[in-house]
Structures are given as C-alpha cells and as structure tokens.
Design a binder for this molecule. Structure first.
Ligand code: MSP
Length: 657
C-alpha cells in the first residue's frame, strides 16, 4: 500500500422507495470500478454507498402500505444490498440515514449551523415536489408549473420553517465552481451558474413540520431536518464526523470523488459545498455529474414504468457483462440509451468477439502448437513493436481517464489494444508459422506477445469486470505478482516459458434473436412491434396443470406487479390492426394510453366510462406503432374475453391488492 495515499469515493445514497433498476446501477458500478482501480494502484480506498431513508415520500408510501416507515424501507434496503452483492460492488461502508450515529451527526450539524447564525427561523411559502423532495419557488417551475426536474405536479407549502442562509455564499460558491476543477463535466458548471446562481440564490428551507419521518431538530423537535441536509451529511457522518461510531474523518476527508447523476448535481455542487463552508470544513475535491440511462428516450423511472431489472440481466449474462455494457455505452457527460439489443450487441462485439475471442484463440494456439507451455527461444518480427508500444502505454492512459471518471473512454482504450492484438494474429498468421518447424521461435514470440498483451488488458479490465478477469488471467498463466500495477506499464512480465490453462469460453456469444424473444417474453422491453404483441393477447386459459408447471410465486413477487384502477375516457380501433383497441384512461395521475387486443369482443363505444384494472408498471411497448403504457386485465371465458370491471365508486388510480 502506498503510504498516506487515501482515496475517498462516494455514490449518492439511494431512496429506498422502490426496487432498484439498471439506472441505479450506473453510479454504483462506476464508483466501484474506480475504487477497484485505485486499490490496484495502491491507494487506501474508502468507498461509501447507502440509502436515504427519510422524507415525506417514504412516510406516504409506508402509510399506503399500512406499515411503519422503517418497516417499509427495511426490505427495500435489503434488496439494494442484494443487488450490490449481485453486481459485485466492493463498498467499504454502507450508511443508512436511519442509523443512530448518522441521526446524531445531523442533529449536531444542524445545531452548529444554527448557533453560527447560518440557519434562522422563518415562514415557508412555496412549492414542493414530493417525489424529488425538493422545494421550488414559483419562478423555478417549468412551463407547465411543474417540478423543473421531474416535471410532475408540485404542491403548495406554507409552514413555519428554518432556513439556511445560502444567499450569503453566492459569491463564494460561484468562485469555487469557476476557479476550481471541482465540478465536471465543465458544461455542468455553466448550467449551475446560469440556472441557479445568477438568477439569485435563495435561502433554502431546511426543516418541515408537516410530517414526522425525519431527523428531529434537537432544539425544536416539531421540525424535522430537510431530507437533503440529512442526506448530504452522510458523506461526513459515515466517517465519524460528530459521532462516535467511526473515527476516520481526519484520514479520508475531504472526499476525492463524489459521483451523482445530473439531476442532483445542484445539491452536490451548490448546497453541499456551502454547508461545508459554513461548517468551516475542507471542500471535496471532485464531483462528477454523469448522464442518465434512458429507455425510449426517457429517464428510467419507476413512476414512468420503464424500468429494467438488473437482477434479470445479471442472471442471464453475468454481472461483469452488465457492468461492462452500462459503463461502455454511457458517453462522457451525456445520456445513454438502453435496450436489450444494445446490451446484447455490446456483449457480442466487445466481449465475445473481441476479448473472449482473443483469449480463447491465443490459449488454444499455445495449447495446440506447444502443448500448453511456450519454448523460451524468441525471434522478433514485423508488427511486434506496434503491439508492444500500445500495450505498454495503456495503463498510463487508462489511469488518466479513470481520474477524470471517463470510464467509457477508458474501456475504449483497452478494447483498442484488444482489437490491435486480434489484428496482430491476422498479420502474423500463427497457423502458417506452425507448419514450418524452422519458424518455431517466431511462433513462440507471437504467442508470447499475445499472452503478455492479454495480461495487461485483463488486469486493467479487472476493476470493471472483477468476476471474470481473474479467470482470464488464470487461463494465460499469469500469477498475482504479474499483475501488480507497476508491471502493467512494462512489456514481457510473463515468464518466457509460461504455461497456459485452457478453460471455458468466458464470454459465450449470444444468439441475438432467440435472446430478444426470451427477454421480451419476461420483461417486455420490445421497443417497436408491428404485429400484435404477445403480452397484449388475452391470457390463455390456465388449467390447474399449467399452474403446477408455472410454479408458485412469493408474495413479494406478486407485489412487484402494480395493479391500479382507471376509467375509460376514450376508446378507438387501431388503424392497422383488427385486434387492437386504443384506450385513453383516467388513471388518477394525469392519464395514460393503453392498447389492448380485445377488439374482437368489444365495440369501442361500449367501453367508454367503464372502470377497469390495469397493470401500471409494465414496460411501455409499441403495438402497431401505438404506445401502450400497461395492460388491461381481462378473463378468458372460453369463446370470448371479458375485461375486468370495478365498482364505479372506486376512485381512479386506486391500488389493487
Ligand atoms: N437520495 C437522493 C440522493 C441523495 S445523495 C446525498 C437520490 N436518490 S435516487 O435513488 O433517486 O437516485 C440515486 C442516484 O441514481 C442518483 O444519482 C440518480 O440520478 C441516479 N439514477 C436514477 N436513475 C438513473 C438512470 N436512469 N440513469 C442514471 N442514473 C440514475 O437522488
């Protein structure tokens, strides 16, 4: 370990308000890869993640579920932890904002800010977005008077409240953002200055009295601390700031890297540094605000219903492939788009055809031509120096890109060397060299160069793909000491008489069509469908025998299907289909469109006004070009199909349990 070299990296702490989705994985997988990279470089790393468990939204959801907020969040937090295990996340510490030590720290921080005159009591009037837990002024709302972040309706809020005097720090924060390289990409600095600082920083309301699920203000307990003040404090409470649980604040603070997605950069680049300035604490060194993983052009979100289940993907392809794809396809500073096709394409191109092919061809040739152990005689030849130079220079460029959180570019650099090595095989034609015993030394040299390139590439890929790369290194006969960081910039580290160990293909090629059909049948992520969708066909009659085959599901699995009531406002036939009807529904949440394959059994006008039940969290699909945001429940009655209707008095949008 390098003496005194510490590296403190944090993800945001996640709201345990719903099951985690692939979008949530991005920051955590990115931070994990950086943390692992820093560890191999010899840093003493502290990698923090956790859950942000207070707030009105959680209180409301718990109430709806008929449980206490803690009972509500506990299983969701367990599910987040299970996901991080599945994705091989090597966090060093996990913080829950409901942990006692954190609550104590937040209370002390609030009191200190109050005692120093940075917090004062006043009256709050304004707008509040419950899903985002954000206060907004009238002028900050979007063109429809909705939340400027998530564009959902906001509510009026009036109450006695404490305020944080952020206005006093407008100049200091502007200077911090413009004069340091804290916030990247740089475009986000302009965004913050133009959208939030230049229009005038308004004091921030930092306490609430209208709900109780939060950290009580110690000296005025009818107030609970605003969730963002509570949440941001996690980065220091988790190190033992103002609590006795941990004792490494002096060692790790200031953080080397905070990473978040773009919509919460505002809190991390303005509010958080101001809080720290007020507390006279050193400021974190870097904040990286990445883009979103979108699906069909929209941010993946539970309430939009377009989430992709990372457990399913990790089970099918292995967590390493999923980690690779989400990191590789997120361009620096912008959004990425997810689809099953993109994921499988990336796995096939880069991992199966690129890296996997290089590894299996090389190991197979050493096995076939030399019985698994290379002879020591060598003969240099054309193309060698080009490959060696690229491989030797790789660690240096990857290191620089990792420091800048440019993970996709770092992976591209590594894959460029993999491609160069695959090309080197075509250029040097080992199968022709193998035919001539006089060329044995040249053949051994070519294969050695390939193995040593693989050593460098696999070791540099290990932070991104920690499950598979140790197996790749084992196959090429590399010992642990061959992958020490300093040796990754040196060519020729493997012993001259290295012995390979042939093994299974580490990234088998995926049959795209078969796989897409399968995925669509289980998670329904088909983006464009020209014929009637399978998921929209009325369910086949289920016999008892089929039930046995299908197996039983747990109450948790059932609870994942969100059923709600809605009223049919309009209904018409879909032009290109004789099976589909298009419904406009009042779902109690601003309306949605669903396409259903029941045209054969109903006239559209007979359905208007009916109250129905629909699946609210099905991934949107296009059926004959029409967007369908869910599925209407119906029964197979032998010769016909009947939709399920509910009592007209049931309010639209009610949850069906
Ligand atoms: N609780 C706050 C963070 C407090 S940090 C002091 C929060 N939680 S969150 O669960 O809503 O989001 C956690 C992180 O996941 C955020 O950075 C968020 O932007 C990110 N993502 C959620 N959906 C995402 C995508 N679809 N794509 C990429 N990141 C996404 O915000």
């Amino acid at each position: 370990m390098k003496e005194n070299k510490t590296f403190y990296i944090t993800t945001p702490i996640y709201y345990p308000s719903a099951a985690p989705h692939i979008g949530h994985c991005y920051t955590t997988v990115a931070c994990d890869s950086i943390a692992r990279f820093k560890r191999i470089q010899g840093y003493d790393v502290m990698f923090l993640t956790g859950t942000d468990e207070h707030g009105m939204k959680i209180e409301q959801k718990a109430k709806e579920a008929g449980v206490t907020p803690k009972e509500y969040v506990d299983p969701i937090v367990a599910n987040f932890k299970r996901l991080w295990e599945t994705m091989n996340i090597s966090y060093d510490r996990y913080i829950r904002t409901t942990d006692d030590y954190h609550v104590k720290s937040v209370q002390k921080i609030f009191k200190t800010l109050y005692d120093k005159g940075h917090i004062y009591k006043g009256e709050y009037t304004g707008k509040y977005c419950t899903p985002c837990e954000s206060f907004w002024t009238e002028s900050q709302l979007d063109e429809n008077g909705c939340c400027p972040d998530c564009h959902r309706p906001v509510t009026d809020a009036h109450e006695e409240a404490y305020f944080l005097k952020v206005s006093d720090f407008a100049d200091k924060i502007e200077e911090f953002l413009t004069k340091t390289d804290y916030l990247s990409p740089k475009s986000r600095v302009n965004e913050m200055i133009n959208n939030f600082i230049k229009p005038g920083l308004e004091d921030l309301c930092v306490s609430r009295t209208s709900f109780t699920w939060g950290v009580p203000v110690e000296f005025d307990p009818k107030h609970v601390v605003y969730v963002w003040v509570d949440a941001l404090s996690n980065y220091i409470s988790a190190l033992g700031y103002e609590n006795d649980k941990y004792d490494d604040f002096a060692k790790y603070w200031p953080a080397d890297m905070h990473m978040t997605a773009k919509e919460i950069v505002r809190f991390h680049s303005i509010i958080w540094p101001i809080m720290l300035m007020m507390l006279d604490l050193p400021l974190p060194k870097h904040l990286y605000g990445h883009g979103w993983i979108n699906f069909n052009g929209q941010k993946m979100s539970k309430s939009i219903g377009n989430v992709i289940d990372p457990f399913v993907l990790a089970e099918r392809y292995g967590s390493d492939s999923v980690r690779y794809q989400i990191l590789r396809d997120m361009p620096y500073g912008s959004d990425s788009n997810f689809s099953n096709e993109i994921m499988i394409g990336r796995i096939n191109t880069d991992l199966a055809n690129g890296f996997g092919n290089l590894l299996s061809r090389t190991v197979a040739m050493v096995d076939k031509y030399f019985g698994g152990t290379l002879p020591e005689n060598r003969e240099e030849g054309d193309f060698d120096s080009d490959l060696k130079e690229m491989a030797q220079g790789l660690a240096h460029s990857v290191e620089k890109l990792m420091d800048e959180a440019k993970l996709s570019l770092a992976l591209t650099e590594i894959m460029n060397v993999v491609s160069r090595a695959n090309k080197y095989i075509d250029e040097t034609t080992p199968w022709i060299l193998a035919k001539d015993p006089a060329k044995s030394a040249r053949l051994a040299t070519v294969l050695y160069n390939l193995l040593d390139t693989l050593r460098i590439c696999s070791a540099l890929l290990a932070p991104f793909m920690p499950a598979i790369m140790p197996k790749a290194l084992e196959q090429i006969g590399a010992k642990e000491s061959d992958t020490e960081y300093d040796k990754l910039s040196v060519f020729g580290v493997l012993p001259a008489d290295v012995t390979v160990k042939k093994g299974d293909a580490l990234f088998p090629r995926i049959d795209v069509n078969a796989e897409i059909d399968y995925l669509n049948s289980i998670i329904g992520t088909k983006q464009e469908e020209n014929s009637d969708s399978k998921q929209e066909k009325p369910a086949a009659k289920v016999e008892d025998e089929d039930l046995d085959k299908a197996g039983l599901i747990s109450i948790d699995q059932f609870a994942q299907v969100k059923l709600r009531t809605a009223q049919v406002l309009a209904c018409e036939k879909v032009a290109k289909s004789n099976k589909l009807l298009k419904f406009q529904l009042d779902d109690g949440r601003g309306g949605r469109q669903i396409v259903s394959g029941i045209a054969k059994w109903y006239k559209p006008e007979d359905l208007i006004g009916k109250k129905i039940i629909f699946v609210a969290n099905l991934t949107p699909a296009k059926l004959c070009g029409e967007l369908s945001e869910g599925m209407i429940l119906s029964c197979d009655c032998g010769d016909s199909v009947k939709i399920l209707t509910v009592d007209p008095e049931v309010p639209n949008g009610s949850a069906v349990k």
